[in-house]
Design a binder for this molecule. Sequence first.
Ligand code: SDX
Length: 428
Amino acid sequence: MSDNQASLTAGGTTLDMPVKSGTIGPDVIDIRKLYGQTGMFTYDPGFTSTASCDSALTYIDGDEGVLLHRGYPIGQLAEHSSFMEVSYLLLNGELPSSQELADFSRTITRHTMLHEQLATFYRGFRRDAHPMAIMCGVVGALSAFYHDSTDISDPQHRKISSHRLIAKMPTIAAMAYKYSVGQPFVYPDNKLSYTGNFLKMTFGVPAEEYEVIPAVEKAMDRIFILHADHEQNASTSTVRLAGSSGANPFACIAAGIACLWGPAHGGANEAALNMLKEIGTPDRIQHYIDRAKDKNDPFRLMGFGHRVYKNYDPRATVMQSTVREVFAALNVQDPLFETALRLEEIALSDPYFAEKKLFPNVDFYSGIILSAIGFPTTMFTVLFALARTVGWVAQWNEMISDPGQKIGRPRQLYTGPTQRDYVPLSER
Ligand code: SDX
């Protein structure tokens, strides 16, 4: 058996399987012939040991707390780049020249308006509808428009659909917020940056001028960078699986939004701030730590733990420093930040969290910043979805353009009844 092979003996059959290596990170055992040659499946609920695809977009080293986008560390991108530049990088593989960035930003800017018919979709929702419910509905409804670019085998169609999604998510998100507070929708302003335009559409009103605060624009843009992509997380895997059947790209992104909404995933940022509000003051922290450790209590520390990171989430590090920047720019304070810092300190000194390698993740501090900027907690996951859209479309493009791409169709371990005959109602 050569070094780049793994051997498995199952059911009296010994199978040599190729071991594939990436550029960095764990090797993979190619098990595609396993069922054909042994009649057995692998078994990996939650995919804790399964690589679902090849990808060149994002690399995570969970033990070291490393996150790279096309090779560039997230800390460097957060400090030096912009969300538009990171979006270009994820989509195209290289950092853009000045001209490429200007052209890309202009293209995105000119797609920020929605078809006017889409505004009527909002009026079908109750005013108190959760904005994520609205996002699922309106983004899915985009698949009822744009029939000029739905041939996903055409790279140009994929490109225009990707640009439309990246461009329209801020408009859709801002409209969801406006609808919830009963204010009129604010149209995009092409003179502003991607993020500045989003802030104006969200917080501006027709009755007066809206001035974008540069420090807030910078912090918001950085938050978008931190959420742009993250390897094969649950919502990205959802988009890939939906896309693998050849489904409409807008419908695939709507599926990703639905998955992201869950509190175990993107919904954790809303849940984390609600948890901090429930804890309130630092003297109540230990009670919640004890609950999180109690096997009989379903309570978990929201914003803590991660399937991949068994070290500090590098995004949480940047997020924590951004809290201080935003507080200074807006001259605000929030006692929940001190509660969050104290909670982190107590949790990380507790053997339970240390042994299970549970650290703050991207969702632990984000809500404190978003709340300071003025977003209600119900908008937090909407902002996550807005930013993650570029990762979803980049991963979708990578999958569709892979010549070896197949429809995703996992198998199962069947535990139901063996075959039995129908019993007529009169005999039951
Ligand atoms: C995101 O995948 C991604 O990349 C996601 C994401 C992205 O950018 O796309 O990074 C975004 O979703 C971040 C995660 C946000 N979710 C939360 O903050 C919710 C709280 N965290 C957890 O529910 C949990 O940590 C998960 C869901 C994030 C990860 O769960 P896993 O990998 O399935 O781990 P697990 O549930 O098997 O937990 C391992 C152990 C368990 O104890 P034992 O059964 O082994 O005794 O750790 C415990 C868990 O009970 N545990 C926690 C805990 N998280 C895990 N205990 C208390 N509080 C927690 N937060």
